[in-house]
Write a protein that binds this ligand. Structure first.
Ligand SMILES: [Fe+2]
Length: 403
C-alpha cells in the first residue's frame, strides 16, 4: 500500500466560506477517484506544531494508482484553479507500507502469549513532616487538586484517577519519605498471575493498605528488595471529571528508584512482576514499562543508597511545563535539575526538590508511548553511561553537572 499525506495551511487572507468550500471539495475526492482508500481529512489539533492547519491522508494500492490520481486532468485543474490561490504552504509525503504497519495502527492487536505485567502507575504514598506545606507545594508547583484531608492523611489527584499522591502525616521525620507505590492491573486474571509469580518467588504476599482496599476491587502488596511497598490492584476508583484546573498534570508516569540492590531489584521487577525493559544506560539505569506502553513506568538506578529519587508527572504541553517552571522561579522553589531533553522517553522536563516533600518532582511535556506492536517487539537499547544519552541537549561526554 502507498499512504499519501498532504499537510497544508490556508493563506491568511482567505475567508472562512472559501476555506469550507475547498475542504468540502477535497471530501468529494474519494467519489471522484475510486482508487482512493481510507480517505481522512482533519484539522490539526497538535499542541506541539501548528505550522499546518489541516492534514489529508489517503491510501492507494500501488504507486501507479497514486500517480494516476496526481496526473489526472481533473486533479491538475483543481490544483491550478482552486488550490494554489488559497494555500500558503503545504507538505506532501508518500510512503509504502505493509500489513505490519496496519497492526501498529491498532486495527488488530498483535498476538501476545507473554505473561503481562502491571498496567501503569497510579500513586505514591509519602510520609511528610509538614503536611500543610507539602499540600501547598503539590497544589501550586505540581498542579494537583486536594480531594480529602484528615490529621492523618491527604489525597491529591492529577486527573480522574482517585489519587496520584497520598500524604501521610509524619511529624517525627525531617525529610519526606516514599513508602509505597501503587500500580493498576488490567484484569483479575493478570492480578492472579502476578500474585502467583510473587508467591513462587518465595516473597510474602501482603494485604493492601486498608484505605486502599476500599478504593479498588482486588489487590495485594509486596515489598521490593529495597523495602519499598508495591501495591497492585484492579479497578482503581475514578472521578467522573478531571479537576477544573487548567495547568495540571495529566498523569503520574513513573517513580525513579535508586537502589544499592540493582541486580536484585531488576530481577524482582522484571522476572517477578513482569515489567519489560525499554532501555538500559549500561551499568547505571534500567527503564521498564508496563502494559500502558509508556516508555517507562518505572526506572531503577544503581546507587550507594536506596530512595525514591523522583516522581514524574506528564503535563499537557511544553507550555504548561514552562509555566510551572516560571512559578518555581518566581517563588524560589528549588529547581534541582533544569530543562533537559530525555532520550529515553523523548520528553522535555525539569525537576524540583524540597526534601521536606519527599522525592524530586519531575514535570515533563509528554512521554513516549509504544505502539501495540512496538510493545511486543521492542529491543531495548544498551546506551553507554554518557550524559548525552540521558539528556540529548548535553554538549559533551563529561557534562555530568546539573543532573
Ligand atoms: Fe523520570
Amino acid at each position: 500500500m502507498i499512504r499519501h499525506t498532504l499537510s497544508f495551511r490556508f493563506a491568511d487572507g482567505v475567508d472562512q466560506a472559501t476555506r469550507e468550500s475547498v475542504l468540502a471539495e477535497l471530501r468529494t475526492f474519494p467519489d471522484r477517484y475510486p482508487a482512493m482508500r481510507g480517505f481522512v481529512l482533519g484539522e490539526n489539533v497538535s499542541t506541539r506544531d501548528q505550522t499546518f492547519t489541516h492534514t489529508m491522508a489517503v491510501d492507494f494500492d500501488s504507486q501507479d494508482d497514486l500517480l494516476a490520481y496526481l496526473g489526472s486532468e481533473s486533479h491538475e485543474s483543481f490544483v491550478r484553479t482552486r488550490w494554489r490561490p488559497v494555500i500558503d504552504r503545504q507538505a506532501i509525503t508518500s510512503f509504502e507500507y505493509t500489513e505490519r504497519l496496519s497492526l501498529a495502527a491498532g486495527r488488530t492487536s498483535p498476538v501476545s502469549t507473554r505473561p503481562h505485567g502491571p498496567y501503569g502507575m497510579e500513586y505514591a504514598r509519602i510520609e511528610v513532616p509538614d503536611m500543610q506545606a507539602a499540600i501547598d507545594f503539590l497544589q501550586y508547583h505540581v498542579g494537583l487538586q486536594l480531594e480529602q484531608r484528615t490529621d492523618e492523611y491527604a489525597y491529591l489527584r492529577a486527573d480522574i484517577e482517585h489519587h496520584a499522591i497520598e500524604l501521610i502525616n509524619a511529624p517525627e521525620r525531617t525529610d519526606g519519605w516514599t513508602t509505597a507505590v501503587g500500580y493498576s492491573v488490567e484484569s483479575e486474571d493478570v492480578l492472579e498471575q502476578l500474585r502467583k509469580s510473587v508467591a513462587d518467588a518465595g516473597l510474602e504476599i501482603l494485604d493492601l493498605q486498608e484505605r486502599q482496599q476500599a478504593l479498588c476491587d482486588n489487590g495485594f502488596a509486596v515489598k521490593d528488595p529495597n523495602g519499598l511497598i508495591v501495591e497492585l490492584f484492579t479497578e482503581f476508583q475514578e472521578y467522573a471529571e478531571p479537576p477544573h484546573i487548567e495547568i495540571r498534570p495529566l498523569d503520574l508516569v513513573h517513580p525513579f528508584i535508586a537502589t544499592v540492590k540493582y541486580d536484585e531489584s531488576l530481577d524482582f521487577y522484571q522476572r517477578v512482576l513482569k515489567f519489560l525493559p525499554s532501555d538500559y544506560v549500561v551499568g547505571s539505569t534500567t527503564f521498564l514499562r508496563g502494559e500502558d506502553r509508556y516508555h517507562h513506568s518505572l526506572a531503577i538506578q544503581k546507587n550507594t543508597e536506596h530512595y525514591v529519587a523522583h516522581l514524574c508527572f506528564a503535563m499537557k504541553s511544553l507550555d504548561h511545563v514552562m509555566r510551572m517552571r516560571a512559578r518555581a522561579l518566581y517563588k524560589g522553589a528549588p529547581i534541582a535539575s533544569d530543562i533537559v531533553n530525555h532520550s529515553a522517553s523523548t520528553s522535555i522536563a525539569f525537576y524540583m526538590h524540597d526534601t521536606r516533600f519527599g522525592p524530586r518532582y519531575e514535570l515533563c511535556d509528554r512521554h513516549r508511548v509504544f505502539t501495540p506492536e512496538e510493545h511486543e517487539t521492542h529491543r531495548p537499547r544498551r546506551m553507554p553511561a554518557d550524559p548525552r544519552n540521558i539528556d540529548v541537549w548535553r554538549p559533551a561526554s563529561d557534562d555530568w553537572g546539573r543532573f
